[in-house]
Design a protein. Structure first.
Length: 176
């Protein structure tokens, strides 16, 4: 394989960060998708950020593809709703790990403040626990049982917000 072919393949594997019209980083796309967005006028290059980008050559055109682009249109995304509190979603949030001991076997749902004490079936009160820890805790709070939680239970965040937070964390690390 020639050096030019290796460079082309490597370039096409790169990703471009897509910002919303309001400059919120929303996703990463491959270079091909970024070119389509740029050529159709659905996006514009952002060159105020740190990376230069890549040159993509065709037989008749050389395109400069930036590392970041901004959508020029408002997207008609459907409204994202917080998913319902159910076993599958809580398992996903808690990485399929008991929030008391870290076990990954015989997992159940546990109400941090037991329902018998007025606890609700909500994102901030339901965690994953193994059967052993759930039985040991019983109908007591984690403080009463002497079993602290590994992480505080919270509702899932919008995927675009999670991506934006991760993107800015990476940018901060790159600046240091």
């Amino acid at each position: 394989m020639s050096k030019a072919a290796i460079g082309t393949t490597e370039t096409l594997r790169q990703s471009v960060v897509v910002f919303s019209k309001n400059y919120l980083p929303i996703s990463r796309v491959n270079i091909r998708r970024a070119i389509v967005l740029l050529v159709t006028g659905k996006a514009e290059p952002l060159d105020f950020l740190f990376e230069v980008g890549w040159k993509v050559r065709s037989p008749s055109v050389i395109l400069q593809v930036p590392a970041q682009i901004r959508l020029t249109m408002t997207s008609n995304e459907r409204v994202w709703k917080i998913p319902p509190v159910n076993r599958r979603e809580v398992l996903r949030r808690d990485c399929q790990t008991c929030q008391y001991c870290g076990s990954k076997k015989n997992l159940t749902l546990d109400h941090v403040i037991p329902r018998s004490q007025g606890g609700k079936h909500s994102w901030d009160n339901v965690v994953i626990a193994c059967q052993r820890c759930n039985s040991k805790k019983g109908s007591r709070t984690p403080v009463e049982a002497g079993m602290p939680l590994k992480t505080k239970p919270i509702a899932p965040v919008h995927p675009a917000i999670a991506f934006a937070e991760q993107f800015w964390r990476e940018q901060q690390i790159n600046l240091e």
